[in-house]
Write a protein that binds this ligand. Structure first.
Ligand SMILES: Nc1nc2c(ncn2[C@@H]2O[C@H](COP(=O)(O)OP(=O)(O)OP(=O)(O)O)[C@@H](O)[C@H]2O)c(=O)[nH]1
Ligand SMILES: [Mg+2]
Length: 143
């Protein structure tokens, strides 16, 4: 049996604004992943900078912080076998123009920054991001 893994996923402000929260959840549920935590929230600059700390030196960092704090997001924890890789595959490439049709970004986005959805890129990032956004008792146990 493949061990369960948790990953952190977020519908970014453009995805919430465009009413694509249900579409993102539906695709992850349809694949067989389980939703174990969810909240709608406004990210402040402090949390945004921590969340994207790997990108501090990138030329797009300040624009990325403006974008991710520009409106409410839906933060989630998903669980399942190879959840980190499974979600990344469902999301598609960072640049939606490179993302395969059939992926979330490939079907719903065009802009490299406003690319609709975030997913942790490794089990270590997942653990770090889950603890940034959720307390332990906000994460449910599911069969
Ligand atoms: N303006 C701009 N934004 C970028 C560029 N590259 C990445 N971004 C934004 O920064 C986010 C984080 O970049 P990465 O971590 O490299 O990409 P990713 O892992 O596919 O995306 P996340 O799941 O959001 O972390 C992207 O999702 C985009 O929103 C870029 O070249 N220009
Ligand atoms: Mg990333």
């Amino acid at each position: 049996m493949t061990a369960k893994q948790k990953t952190f996923v977020m519908v970014k402000p453009d995805g919430v604004h465009r009413s694509l929260v249900g579409e993102v959840i539906s695709r992850l549920e349809g694949r067989g992943l389980k939703l174990v935590a969810l909240k709608m929230m406004q990210i402040d600059r402090n949390l945004a900078q921590k969340h994207y700390s790997a990108h501090t030196d990138k030329p797009f960092f300040s624009s990325l912080i403006e974008y991710i704090t520009s409106g409410p997001v839906v933060a989630m924890v998903w669980e399942g076998p190879h959840a980190v890789r499974a979600v990344r595959a469902l999301m598609g490439s960072t640049d939606p123009l490179e993302a395969n049709p059939g992926s979330i970004r490939g079907d719903y986005a065009l802009d490299i920054e406003k690319n609709l959805v975030h997913g942790a890129d490794s089990p270590e990032s997942a653990e770090r991001e889950i603890s940034l956004f959720f307390a332990d008792d906000e994460i449910m146990c599911r069969e």
